[in-house]
Design a protein around this ligand. Sequence first.
Ligand SMILES: NC(=O)c1ccc[n+]([C@@H]2O[C@H](COP(=O)([O-])OP(=O)(O)OC[C@H]3O[C@@H](n4cnc5c(N)ncnc54)[C@H](O)[C@@H]3O)[C@@H](O)[C@H]2O)c1
Ligand SMILES: Nc1nc(=O)c(N)c(NC[C@H](O)[C@H](O)[C@H](O)COP(=O)(O)O)[nH]1
Length: 214
Amino acid sequence: MVKSRPYVIISAAISIDGKIATNTGRSNLSSKKDLIRIHGLRKSVDAILVGKNTVQTDDPLLTVRYVKGKSPIRIILDPRGKSSAKSKVIMTATKIPTIIVTLENVSKNDEKFIAHGVQMIKCGKKIINLKKLLQILKKQGINKILVEGGGTTNWYFLKQQLVDEIIVTVAPYIVGGRTAISFVEGKGFTKISNSFKLKKIQRMQNELVLYYVT
Ligand SMILES: NC(=O)c1ccc[n+]([C@@H]2O[C@H](COP(=O)([O-])OP(=O)(O)OC[C@H]3O[C@@H](n4cnc5c(N)ncnc54)[C@H](O)[C@@H]3O)[C@@H](O)[C@H]2O)c1
Ligand SMILES: Nc1nc(=O)c(N)c(NC[C@H](O)[C@H](O)[C@H](O)COP(=O)(O)O)[nH]1
């Protein structure tokens, strides 16, 4: 059966204790070798998607740089359109297609983003309706999406069972801290039920890359 939504992969690097960043927002967990692997993965998808906080904290480029290849479309979930126009993703939107997704009734900063070459998608009333968004993206020819976090974004996708694959690097660090962001944030599940199948394990020196599928 052909799905009416794109194939969704969640990718992240976690510490041994399951954190994706320190309580000060530092998230450089992957080794250079792992970053090369991730950029290979980026090259293989049609779009990379992140949440607003990741843009704010990391100011990422979300491009393919460590390997040769075309950068995919970049998508930011930013319900209230609060991202800084000075962020790298927006500053480079004329070169690499970039989409900002806001709620339907939010348009205050649209012109500012559009002036930088960003495409705006409106989707959802209280929170971004991911099912609807994925359908819109599929219609735009996006068949494979890499969700690169952070924890809140991962939760929204997992909660609605919109994830086909999880690729997680266990990096050799302990981060700790009650307020340090975990791989999956949000309310969390009340039961241990959402199981995935372990498809592949890759060992890279002190890191372990785990590939899970639904
Ligand atoms: N180690 C890693 O692999 C990795 C990867 C990505 C981010 N990070 C780290 O994670 C931290 C950020 O994570 P986070 O959990 O705070 O935020 P996030 O990046 O997931 O952004 C969350 C925000 O995105 C928006 N959002 C996402 N889904 C939405 C939906 N369905 N509806 C409405 N709004 C939605 C909301 O504004 C929400 O507050 C940063 O410190 C970053 O460095 C680490
Ligand atoms: N797999 C992975 N390992 C990490 O150590 C890390 N920090 C991220 N984080 C994903 C998140 O989306 C970041 O913002 C980008 O990894 C930064 O992206 P750029 O290098 O600027 O393209 N992801």
